[in-house]
Design a protein around this ligand. Structure first.
Ligand SMILES: Nc1nc2c(ncn2[C@@H]2O[C@H](COP(=O)(O)OP(=O)(O)OP(=O)(O)O)[C@@H](O)[C@H]2O)c(=O)[nH]1
Ligand SMILES: [Mg+2]
Length: 384
């Protein structure tokens, strides 16, 4: 299935049904009085997260959603039927943003439905307007119109750990060796083109989800490589695992590469850059102890890193068990705090929502940068 993580849709609520103008007409009943019923309310549109979905691809083909309008009122004081509500299902972790007002309407991380446009209120039948002074009113009202909105859906995967690193660092290799997920691994950059999720299980009810996203390179913010739009999938994670290739195939310096990644991350979203991050050197099987120590020293200096630096060899599963155990413990602690500490939960949610805006801004900015550079290329061709 195609992986699509952004879509724009138009949602329209139903209009309220109009009130009826009618008088009671019956044999032997003279001047029966008004009996026009009210219209029905228009249906509203709700959006709900569905854990069984994982892409927004359907919204590319079906971008319009309209709830039913309320029926008109009928004689004999019959109220018109209300329009049915419409439920739009999206993957878990979808943010819903109003394109015109830039308001974040919902950040769907549970299965509660959220109303995005409200149906119109029903019109009144002429019965409503009878009074002691006006016993045959001819007044009715129309229903109000349903709301209409253009929404941007932004899917950010829900995972506990997000992998960050240059292409070829061995991110997919790690996920293959510790989980049942089998993303493609190859010795060329950009093997991974869409995010993959893997479940790492450490026994009964002890598991976490790791997200593998396409590699990042310098200038990603300006659209280089696959750009940095996939970085948004790291925003709902508990922590980031920054993988550093100990011996890059292109001969580049591992510590310089690591610094470039952090730089791109900060450009993308300061909140994401401030998230807890672990540093892991991969492919330690390719270097000797001395080179490893020198690399660690260089990383500490270049990144001003004073925390632990882990070492693994993803391809042989070396150090991976230790890494996964440490990750699991940290995640369990986090999960416990989310349940016990309401303030912590609220702060985490707020950070996640705040990132939706930073991400939107960065992605718009990078789209513009890419468009500008395309235009430059066109201009050059025009001159030829
Ligand atoms: N020697 C050695 N090679 C490794 C190790 N881990 C990964 N590799 C190799 O490095 C290459 C790249 O691995 P991938 O897992 O595809 O790298 P990636 O980070 O997912 O790369 P992209 O998907 O392109 O971003 C492959 O040829 C792997 O076999 C390791 O621990 N040791
Ligand atoms: Mg990969």
């Amino acid at each position: 299935m195609k992986f699509v993580d952004e879509a724009e849709i138009r949602v329209e609520a139903g209009n309220g049904g109009k009130g009826c103008l009618s008088f009671r007409r019956e044999k032997y009943v003279e001047r029966g009085g008004p009996d026009g019923g009210d219209g029905g309310d228009g249906g509203s549109v709700y959006i709900q997260a569905d854990p069984s979905l994982n892409t927004l691809v359907d919204f590319r083909f079906q971008p319009q959603y309209r709830a039913k309008s309320g029926a008109s009122g009928q004689p004999r004081n019959c109220t018109g039927a209300g329009g049915d509500d419409l439920l739009v299902r999206v993957p878990m972790g979808t943010s819903v943003i109003d394109v015109n007002t830039e308001e974040l309407i919902a950040d769907l991380n549970n299965e509660l439905p959220v109303m995005v446009v409200k149906g119109g209120f029903h019109g009144m039948g002429n019965t409503r307007f009878k009074s002691s002074t006006n016993r045959a009113p001819r007044k009715t009202t129309k229903g109000t119109l349903g709301e209409v909105r253009v929404l941007q859906l932004q899917l950010r995967l829900v995972a506990d750990v997000g992998l960050l690193g240059f292409p070829n660092a061995g991110k997919s290799t790690l996920i293959r060796s510790v989980s049942a997920a089998k993303p493609k691994v190859a010795d060329y950059p950009f093997t991974t083109l869409v995010p993959n999720l893997g479940v790492i299980s450490l026994g009964m009810e002890r598991s976490f989800v790791m997200a593998d996203i396409p590699g990042l390179i310098e200038g990603a913010s300006e659209g280089a490589g696959l750009g940095f739009r996939f970085l948004k999938h790291l925003s709902r994670t508990r922590l980031l695992l920054h993988m550093v290739d100990a011996l890059p195939a292109d001969g580049s310096d591992p510590a310089t590469n690591a610094k470039k990644i952090i730089h791109e991350l900060e450009k993308f979203s300061p909140t994401l850059a401030a998230k807890e991050r672990w540093l892991v050197i991969n492919k330690v099987d390719l270097i000797d102890a001395e080179t490893l120590n020198a690399l660690k020293k260089e990383l500490r200096e270049n990144l001003s890193w004073d925390k632990e630096i882990l070492e693994i060899s993803a391809i042989n599963n070396g150090g991976c068990d230790h890494l996964c155990k440490a990750l699991m413990e940290s995640i369990e602690l986090h999960r416990q705090r989310l349940v016990e500490d309401e303030e912590y939960l609220a702060a985490e949610r707020e950070k996640e929502s705040g990132m939706a805006f930073e991400i939107r801004r960065s992605i718009e900015h990078s789209k513009l940068a890419r468009r500008d550079s395309d235009e430059e290329i066109l201009d050059d061709e025009d001159l030829d």
